[in-house]
Design a protein around this ligand. Structure first.
Ligand SMILES: [Zn+2]
Length: 400
């Protein structure tokens, strides 16, 4: 709160609220919300609570808006971040002796250097390969006997394709844990990744606005992501009214960082839709858990007046063992929606299976969203692959 008052827009907002007394956590809901727009409007340096000379690192989000979300770190922030990432990796089962490979960009993106620092802090042997194609990643994994890797989920799907194309490849690798995040994915896709890669995969969560990954991660119980509540206060609110919801009620995740020095925020609206999981975790940790996200408020697409989350479509697609997890939602014409998906290599020539899949997925999407979609089942490799985060929605409606 004290630190937040050093940020002009937060000071202004607190003044507008005319808070006389503030009694800690109890009064949390009296504090104003902050949003992505507040940070975007502060570009480049207006969200700082310290002089720029105290800032030792800058990262940005990989957002698609015109200006990226910028995030700043003091030396203290970097130390905290490394601690939290080390804690998260340990939570996912990493330990000294493990060999860790980072497969994501190691530049401005928070997920690269953040994971590397945490892995070093934990005492893992780090291979900072960064972004490279699947072939190169797998070659390096084999050369160094990598046991843990960090990736975005769509990269893990690319690994599945590589495994299918090269018998014996899996046996030549020692990978046992994948720490995956920075992209929407689902439990169904996790199941597919674990089965096809023969690893344990853990959902890792963070956002540039909170300093990057290191906010929440799954433990061995895999029953939600533990939020590191000694550094972040988590609330779930009704996105329409702003009211705080109870445990198990689904709404928008709101986070307040407690230890960030360079860029404190109050009640930041993440746009991520989840619920707080009730009750203790089997692993014994007391940090409360959030469930996997069911969507992002700003990712929701409207088709014929109906709101659809791409993650909902993904859950349906990934629940079929014949699919390889790749899919694309195409919006064309006035309001036409097509869902294109690929089957894995083994089914690419099996017309009967592809037709059965088409009908089943059509029915499932209709039951779940009430929308009649044009489902197109394609052989492996038909859909375009994007470097970095997978593009799941192609909206060409504005082009006509
Ligand atoms: Zn746990």
């Amino acid at each position: 709160m004290k630190r937040a008052q050093n940020v002009p827009f937060l000071r202004q907002r607190l003044r507008e609220k005319k808070l006389k007394n503030f009694n800690g956590l109890k009064d949390l809901t009296k504090l104003p919300f902050t949003t992505k727009k507040d940070i975007a409007d502060s570009f480049p340096f207006s969200a700082l609570a310290v002089p720029l000379s105290s800032v030792v690192r800058v990262h940005t989000s990989s957002g698609t808006t015109s200006k990226p979300i910028t995030t700043f770190y003091t030396n203290g922030d970097l130390r905290t971040w490394s601690e939290l990432m080390a804690r998260g990796l340990a939570c996912a089962g990493a330990a000294r002796g493990d060999i860790f490979q980072n497969t994501t960009s190691q530049g401005l993106f928070t997920g690269g250097l953040g994971l590397i620092q945490g892995a070093e802090r934990l005492g893992l042997t780090v291979i900072p390969l960064g972004s490279a194609n699947a072939e190169k990643q797998l070659e390096v994994m084999r050369d160094f006997g990598v046991t843990i890797f960090h990736a975005i989920p769509s990269f893990a799907i690319r690994m599945i394709e590589a495994f299918e194309g090269q018998p014996g490849l899996r046996e030549s690798l020692k990978i046992r844990i994948g720490v995956l995040g920075a992209e929407p994915w689902t439990k169904a896709m996790r199941g597919k990744i674990e089965d096809c890669l023969g690893i344990e995969a853990f959902n890792n969560y963070g956002l540039a606005e909170m300093g990057g990954p290191g906010v929440a991660i799954e433990c061995s119980a895999k029953s939600g992501l533990h939020v590191w509540e000694d550094h972040f206060i988590a609330e779930v609110i009704d996105p329409k009214t702003g009211e705080t919801l109870g445990e198990e009620e689904e709404g928008e995740l709101v986070l307040t960082p407690l230890s960030r020095e360079a860029m404190p925020l109050l009640r930041y609206r993440t746009g991520d839709v989840t619920r707080i999981v009730d009750g203790p975790c089997d692993c014994g940790r007391s940090h409360r858990r959030i469930d996997w996200f069911t969507g992002r408020l700003d990712d929701m697409i409207k088709v014929r007046g109906i709101g659809v989350y791409p993650s909902n479509i993904e859950r349906i697609v990934a629940s079929h063992r014949e699919s390889n997890g790749n899919f694309l939602i195409e919006l064309t014409g006035i309001d036409d929606i097509a869902v294109k998906l690929e089957v894995s290599n083994g089914f690419s020539k099996d017309q009967a299976t592809m037709e059965r899949l088409r009908v089943e997925i059509f029915e499932q999407i209709k039951d779940s969203t009430l929308l009649r979609t044009n489902v197109v089942v394609l052989p492996q490799g038909s859909l375009p692959r994007s470097e970095g985060k997978a593009k799941r929605v192609l909206d060409m409606r504005r082009l006509v």
